[in-house]
Design a protein around this ligand. Structure first.
Ligand code: ADP
Length: 382
């Protein structure tokens, strides 16, 4: 046994100070590690870490350079950051995880799809549109399709489904890509953690149940209830993707299991992800602990989970704007083991992610009942 000195006083900067950063900090505090955050929202969830919070835009080159100058390592909790600044910082010998070229590729959905194709990772058929509108003759040969803006999309914003010619008026007037609309049986996600040594760890696969109105995940369950052959397929695609990425970091990979039984990658996020919040209580190692260990150069233990975990996003109800209040919170524990996470956002707005609840159960159908009860009764109002 040889001891390798792990530097826990490393100054780690995080671009973005939202809920993902806040949950990473919760984990870092257990290790006595301080993180530093940059966010242009003065009331961002990480703003409570006052001495470690810089108010400024992670999209701005100079602000990011200033922020990164005195840090030893940098990471992200959102991909829409100024990657040129990160590239510059990596030239000053700052450790940047994940690699800047991977962030740049993922930032642009067209580049990301090309990367998947070049690396022989199954994904839906697509075509890149550099003009602001979709040429009519091209649209004619693609119906029904999904149009996605090349940059700055998130949570379904920047995605529109075009079924036929009359839907063309809904198109986004930005450079985009169009994808064949896939007949989805299930949406799945897997988070992988790639150590600095290159060793890859796989979290359990989770299945997402979507709210079609808001285009946000309603709830998710892990491990996904899918045939063994699909589990193997997802894991083998994730493993191939990990080899292609050639970068340490935490990556969340979203998949479609199609009605025809194909497994294909929808998209990749180079950071912690909503679909792996369940790992905080559901696994022996959370996605945040994994991210922290990667940054510190600590090995990640073998990832295990007991029973099932379900996660419900707490999203601001329609028509409520103001200081949030959680309806029926006092009854939450009556349904079995449940863990509340509120992100400390001072104002609720329709559709805003305010928190989440994770429930654990060894019985899947009981878990589903719990999730449905939470969905129906626990609401964010003002
Ligand atoms: P975002 O990055 O904003 O989450 P996604 O690319 O994940 O955007 O798309 C949002 C949702 O739109 C997906 O979760 C899925 O339900 C639907 N979607 C995306 N691409 C396709 C496709 N090719 N076929 C069918 N549905 C799709």
């Amino acid at each position: 046994m040889t001891d390798k000195k792990i530097n826990l006083s490393k100054k780690i900067g995080v671009l973005g100070g939202g809920q993902l950063g806040r949950m990473l900090q919760e984990e870092a505090l257990l290790y006595g590690v301080d993180l530093y955050f940059l966010d242009n929202d003065i009331k961002a969830p990480c703003s409570i870490f006052k001495n470690n919070f810089t108010h400024g835009s992670y999209k701005d080159f100079n602000t990011t350079i200033q922020f990164g100058k005195d840090k030893d390592a940098l990471t992200i909790e959102i991909e829409h950051i100024n990657a040129d600044a990160l590239e510059q910082l990596s030239k000053y010998d700052k450790m940047v995880i994940p690699k800047v070229e991977i962030i740049k590729m993922i930032q642009n959905k067209a580049l990301q799809k090309q990367f998947l194709k070049e690396n022989d990772i199954p994904t839906s058929e697509f075509c890149v549109i550099e003009t602001k509108n979709i040429p009519n003759d091209m649209a004619d040969s693609w119906y029904p399709f999904v149009q996605k803006s090349q940059i700055d999309g998130y949570d379904g914003k920047g995605v529109t489904i075009i079924e036929n010619k009359s839907d063309l008026e809904k198109q986004l007037m930005v450079p985009s890509l169009i994808e064949k609309k896939v007949e989805i049986e299930k949406e799945l996600a897997i988070t992988i953690a790639i150590e600095q040594s290159g060793k890859v760890h796989f979290f359990p696969i989770c299945e997402m149940v979507f709210n079609t109105k808001l285009n946000l995940v309603d709830y998710l369950i892990a491990p996904a209830s899918i045939e063994e052959k699909y589990t193997k397929k997802v894991n083998s695609i994730a493993s191939k993707l990990a080899k292609s990425l050639k970068s340490p970091g935490l990556f969340s990979i979203e998949f479609f299991l199609t009605k025809r039984g194909e497994v294909m990658v929808n998209e990749v996020a180079p950071r912690a992800h909503n679909s792996a919040h369940y790992t905080i209580e559901g696994c022996n190692v959370s996605q945040y602990q994994a991210q922290l260990r990667i940054l510190l150069g600590l090995p990640i233990p073998e990832i295990k989970m007991k029973g099932y975990a379900g996660m419900v996003n707490l999203i601001g109800e329609e028509q409520y704007i103001g200081a949030p209040y959680v309806e029926n919170l006092q009854h939450l524990h009556e349904q079995g083991e449940a863990h509340l996470h509120l992100y400390g956002k001072k104002e609720t707005k329709p559709g805003r992610k305010m928190g989440h609840i994770t429930v654990l159960n060894t019985n899947r159908s009981k878990l589903v009942n719990q999730l449905n009860w939470i969905k129906e009764n626990i609401k964010i109002k003002s």
